[in-house]
Ligand binder design. Structure first.
Ligand SMILES: Nc1ncnc2c1ncn2[C@@H]1O[C@H](COP(=O)(O)O)[C@@H](O)[C@H]1OP(=O)(O)O
Ligand SMILES: [Mg+2]
Ligand SMILES: [Mg+2]
Ligand SMILES: [Mg+2]
Length: 288
């Protein structure tokens, strides 16, 4: 929630401080930098033995005290910890932080595509996640309370939203709007979709799956990284969905894993096997 407030404040300041990383479709803003500092410094102060991996490469410098969050969420603490996780040690957990997902869309004013993502992994598996949408409700105009937080834990469930499914076996495929190519669009078409939605952000597309706006997230390309999928995958899995690469294999979220999700993203709430069976051979050969 603090991250969401930072993302709103930077947008309101009008000075996004945009930096190109590898190119015009790979940007960093002041919000990416400030939110990563806030999340990483706050977590490591409270939980010094965690391994925390954030998207942005930032110089090691002292973090302003007003970026540090010390409070804990009452709503979360009221839930019981699933017994299989009750004796985990802090040093066994890896936290993947995407301070702003959908940065390209953030710079273009497509504010509802933007999320803040925190994923927790144990033994290489995504076990818990948080998705904050800083600009949720912004279409309602001035006066609306902006932002919401969705979170989930394997074996416990997911909260902060109402789980919904796409009706009547409609195949609604959600995919990238800013990182497309021929293989990506060929793979979407191979799903024989009734409808295709093109939006930014990995977190945003998982939100569409669990809220009944889309039935599959199909991205037959490298480009997303472990911080894009860890948190969203945990929430999706907590409600019975599935996220894999284009071969149907799970991604590993260990501390030493390579960051790139080289074999694409296929995520569904239901009927994963159908979508997997439709992935063209050309896609499987191109993405290894
Ligand atoms: N080619 C790419 N270069 C950099 N980031 C990418 C690329 N493809 C995907 N991403 C990251 O994955 C997210 C989902 O992809 P898309 O929006 O294209 O569906 C993007 O918002 C971006 O995250 P981020 O904004 O955190 O850098
Ligand atoms: Mg980025
Ligand atoms: Mg991202
Ligand atoms: Mg990001």
């Amino acid at each position: 929630e603090k991250s969401g407030a930072i993302a709103r404040r930077v947008m309101q300041s009008g000075d996004l401080g945009i930096v190109e990383k590898t190119g015009a479709n790979d940007l960093q803003t002041a919000a990416d930098r400030l939110v990563q500092k806030s999340i990483c410094a706050s977590l490591s102060r409270s939980f010094p033995k965690l391994t925390i991996i954030g998207e942005e490469d930032l110089p090691a410098e002292t973090v302003e005290e007003d970026l540090i969050e010390t409070k804990q969420a009452e709503e979360v603490l009221l839930k019981p910890c699933p017994p299989e996780y009750s004796s985990l040690k802090e040093e066994e957990l890896v936290v993947w932080v995407d301070p702003l997902d959908g940065t390209k869309e953030y710079t273009e004013g497509l504010l509802d595509h933007v999320t803040v993502l925190i994923g927790i992994s144990y033994g290489g598996r995504a076990i818990a996640g948080v998705i904050n949408q800083p600009f949720y409700n912004y279409q309602l105009g001035s006066g609306a309370v902006l932002g919401r937080t969705m979170w989930g834990v394997l074996g416990l469930g997911a909260f902060g939203f109402q789980l919904q499914e796409v009706p009547d076996n409609q195949r609604i495929v959600t995919t990238t709007r800013s990182h497309s190519n021929k293989l990506v669009t060929d793979c979407v078409q191979a799903m024989e979709p009734h409808k295709v939605i093109k939006v930014g952000g990995a977190g945003n597309k998982i939100v569409q799956l669990v809220e009944g706006k889309a039935s599959a997230y199909v991205f037959a390309s490298l480009g997303t990284k472990k911080w894009d999928t860890c948190g969203p995958e945990a929430i999706l899995h907590a409600v019975g969905g599935k996220l894999t690469d284009m071969h149907g294999n799970a991604y590993c979220y260990d501390a030493n894993v390579k960051h790139m999700n080289s074999a694409g993203v296929l995520a569904t709430l239901r009927n994963h096997d159908y979508y997997l069976s439709r992935v063209p051979q050309s896609v499987k050969q191109a993405l290894s």
